[in-house]
Design a protein around this ligand. Structure first.
Ligand SMILES: Cc1cc2nc3c(=O)[nH]c(=O)nc-3n(C[C@H](O)[C@H](O)[C@H](O)COP(=O)(O)OP(=O)(O)OC[C@H]3O[C@@H](n4cnc5c(N)ncnc54)[C@H](O)[C@@H]3O)c2cc1C
Length: 370
């Protein structure tokens, strides 16, 4: 089977790996000249780590990662509102991990054997007939495939070319992300909630910590906030342990800025074209389930393709298996984002009284295998 995967992000690389585990291979194209450089971290809840195990990569990933045993939610002044024993919660599944995104994608890429990746290449057009998909690339080359997979993220070109849906929707929040030295001694997942603002710090190695900062900027379109908005003044009313990481940030630390968006589609399939990961169901990072959902998608799609010679049937089986779980995560993210935007006092009361049961409610369905 000739398979083209558009996008060598987490979804695309994981699918190539899962296909190879079942004796298949894929051609990947990636519009960027290389995999992402440093600057962002990845928190992987237990179900994501289980998917990594199914890809046969748990040991390599664990070597580069930090185990996350506790998740703390504090108010902006640093008082603890809720503490989750994540080690215990996820024990029947796998321990949560965190690491640098680049390190993780490097492991996925290095694990590939026969599959190929063409960097700096994008898809330009896509036509389908009973024989399959005819694709042209942005460098003018053309090729035919039995299956085209859109693993090209939130702003998927494949989604558009296959008429599966339009643009991603801005959810009213913008964020900044960076990696810096862990001078604050952050030793677990630590979130601080202020009014319309969140700070989160997660250790990603023995020496470094990943910091995520967001503010609510409601509106229909992505606001034109400058990427170099002064984080120090936006979060100056926050206390330790996370604010000092912003306060001491050196001017040359690369900071990534962007809007938070989501994608909700009726269908992920059009003939021999199928969507995977954020291209199909991107959502706010509230549950840190984007990578987990993308890898679970990859394992299920590869399983279904290896089970049936009827591609259409395999694609439908993939979507039927994945849809309920992904819908659950998207709906939970919306509900949790709403709760996060409550005024500080009622939110603190809800988190103190019900924080642990809300966490269990959100994540328990994901403990089950997929
Ligand atoms: C601020 C923030 C924090 C997050 N934190 C976490 C977290 O801690 N844990 C977690 O699990 N998830 C997190 N996520 C979500 C997670 O990053 C995504 O869900 C995940 O990266 C999805 O992987 P993907 O491969 O589907 O998409 P992407 O990672 O976006 O990869 C898509 C790839 O396709 C390429 N591409 C795009 N268009 C084309 C084209 N036309 N041709 C060829 N290539 C193309 C892109 O360059 C990219 O490499 C976070 C998201 C955000 C925004």
């Amino acid at each position: 089977m000739r398979i083209l995967i558009v996008g060598a992000g987490i979804a695309g690389l994981a699918l190539a790996k899962a296909l190879e585990q079942r004796g298949m291979e894929a051609q990947l194209i990636e519009c960027r000249p290389e995999l992402p450089v440093t600057g962002a971290g990845l928190f992987l809840p237990g179900n994501a780590v289980r998917a990594i195990e199914q890809l046969g990569l748990r040991e390599e990933v664990a070597e580069k990662a930090v185990p996350i045993k506790r998740q703390l939610i504090l108010d902006a002044g640093g008082k603890v509102l809720n503490a989750i024993d994540s080690e215990n919660f996820w024990r029947e599944c796998a321990s949560c991990l965190s690491l640098q995104r680049k390190g993780f994608q490097d492991i996925l890429k290095a694990s590939l054997g026969r599959s190929t990746i063409a960097f700096g290449r994008s898809i330009a057009s896509l036509k389908q007939d009973s024989a399959g998909c005819s694709v042209t690339f942005d460098d003018g080359a053309a090729a035919k495939y039995d299956l085209v997979v859109g693993a090209d993220g939130m702003h998927s070109t494949v989604r558009e070319l296959a008429s599966l849906g339009g643009s991603a929707r801005y959810v009213g929040t913008v964020c900044w992300r960076f990696i810096t030295q862990n001078t604050a001694g952050i030793d677990c997942w630590t979130a601080m909630l202020g009014t319309g603002r969140t700070l989160l710090a997660i250790p990603v190695s023995r020496t470094d910590v990943y910091v995520y900062a967001d503010i609510s900027v409601p509106g229909d379109g992505v606001p034109g906030l400058p990427p170099d908005s002064p984080l120090r003044s936006l979060f100056k009313d926050f206390a330790g342990p996370v604010f000092p990481l912003i306060d001491r940030l050196s001017a040359d630390t690369p900071i990534h800025y962007g809007p938070i968006e989501e994608v909700r589609l009726k269908d992920w399939i059009s003939g021999r074209v199928v969507l995977l990961g954020d291209a199909a169901h991107g959502c706010s990072p509230n549950m840190a389930e984007g990578a987990g959902m993308a890898m679970e998608d990859a394992v299920v799609l590869a399983e279904e393709l290896s089970r049936s010679t009827d591609i259409t049937k395999a694609l439908r089986a993939y979507m039927e298996r994945r849809r309920p779980r992904v819908d659950w995560v998207q709906n939970q993210c919306r509900a949790r984002d709403k709760m996060r935007s409550l005024p500080a006092l009622p939110r603190a009361a809800v988190l103190r009284l019900f924080g642990t049961s809300l966490y269990k409610r959100s994540y328990s369905p994901l403990l089950k295998s997929f």
